[in-house]
Design a binder for this molecule. Structure first.
Ligand code: ATP
Length: 336
């Protein structure tokens, strides 16, 4: 696989071309200080200080010296006891706040390639729905799967020249509360031919897919002929689509062929062999019976989460996160 093929699957690269057939998204370049914050696992877990009131336009720039909570006593003699000051990213926070408002008040966050799916369990809603910068920071900072984007994006590239992209971006996608998982599909393109389509959520049997199989296949194939073929430059790649109630197709994501991309109801060897000639049938796969469901391919809750007993590490992590949230709530109430 080539770096350029991996690069094309970054949301800041593909979204401008597919905007009209995707879901509303605003993309912000991330400062290096924020990337370092995401990567830093030394010391306690600190959420960034929110410098704006949550429910108003920016009206107060936080000044640590004016608030008791932030005063660091000088010369106490034991510097190692002093917690490091919480980080703050005022410019980024303002841009994000404005974007969230313009996207209707709730968003789904994502870096260049990936969403922090593995940290949904930590949010109060158990989902990736975010309404504030702090919620986004909590999800991003808690996610192991984003380490792939941050440090290993090019690991499968034969021409790898760096471990990370030049710039990182945060995509804020309008939150859709009622996406039906059975209407998401992964499409496999080889040699610029659509060779396979798989149900995306393979852990469940959805009878409606049996009923609509022929129609869904026709819709997706038509979409590929109309939009995809001319616009996405790689020879081999995958893209994920969502079929709306009124039978429109929305592109959710692009992924490189092979490597970290899950082949779902296929395996890569059989997809490699499928060199579909023009006009041949596209292989459309769904879970056809209750007995054919696949086990979950990704774990949503880290194993350690199951063990929150004293000494497990998670007890301290959860206490720190809780204290930080309470402290920030107190400080924003004091400033309101
Ligand atoms: N805007 C949204 N609102 C609500 N849910 C969403 C939204 N966008 C995506 N999702 C849900 O989140 C899932 C993961 O999204 P997405 O494919 O963008 O993440 P990803 O990290 O790139 O995943 P993968 O690496 O498996 O492709 C989607 O399958 C969809 O169910």
């Amino acid at each position: 696989m080539k770096e350029e093929e991996v690069n094309r699957c970054q949301i800041q690269e593909w979204y401008p071309k597919f905007k009209s057939v995707s879901i509303r998204t605003q993309i912000h370049e991330l400062p290096e200080s924020f990337i370092q914050y995401l990567l830093d696992d030394s010391g306690p877990f600190l959420l960034p200080v929110s410098i704006y009131n949550d429910d108003a336009l920016p009206n107060r720039i936080h000044n640590p010296e004016e608030e008791e909570d932030y005063q660091v006593s000088e010369g106490s003699g034991d510097e190692s006891e002093q917690p490091s000051p919480p980080p703050s990213f005022p410019e980024l926070e303002l841009k994000i706040k404005e974007s969230i408002e313009s996207l209707g008040g709730a968003i789904f966050p994502k870096l260049n390639w990936s969403a922090p799916k593995d940290s949904a369990w930590i949010s109060t809603t158990g989902s990736l729905r975010c309404t504030t910068f702090s919620e986004i920071a909590l999800l991003l900072r808690s996610s192991e799967s984003l380490i792939h984007d941050l440090c290993h994006a090019y690991d499968s590239c034969g021409d790898k020249s760096s471990s990370r992209p030049q710039n990182f971006f945060l995509a804020l996608r309008k939150w859709y509360p009622s996406l039906r998982p059975e209407m998401e599909f992964r499409c496999f393109v080889r040699g610029q031919n659509l060779v396979g389509i798989s149900q995306r959520e393979v852990t469940t049997f959805y009878p409606i897919l049996l009923e609509k199989k022929i129609e869904l296949k026709r819709l997706i194939q038509q979409f590929y002929e109309d939009f995809e073929r001319l616009k996405f430059e790689s020879e081999n790649y995958t893209f994920d689509v969502y079929v709306t109630k009124d039978e429109r197709i929305k592109v959710l994501d692009f992924n490189p062929w092979g490597a970290f991309t899950l082949p779902l109801l296929f395996d890569w060897e059989e997809l490699e062999m499928n060199t579909r000639e023009e006009g041949n049938n596209v292989d459309f796969r769904i879970v056809e019976t209750q007995c054919a469901v696949r086990p979950g391919l990704k774990t949503a809750v880290p194993y350690d989460y199951l063990d929150t007993s004293t000494g497990s590490g998670w007890d301290q992590f959860l206490r720190n996160a809780d204290e930080e949230l309470q402290r920030q709530t107190r400080s924003s109430e004091a400033g309101a």
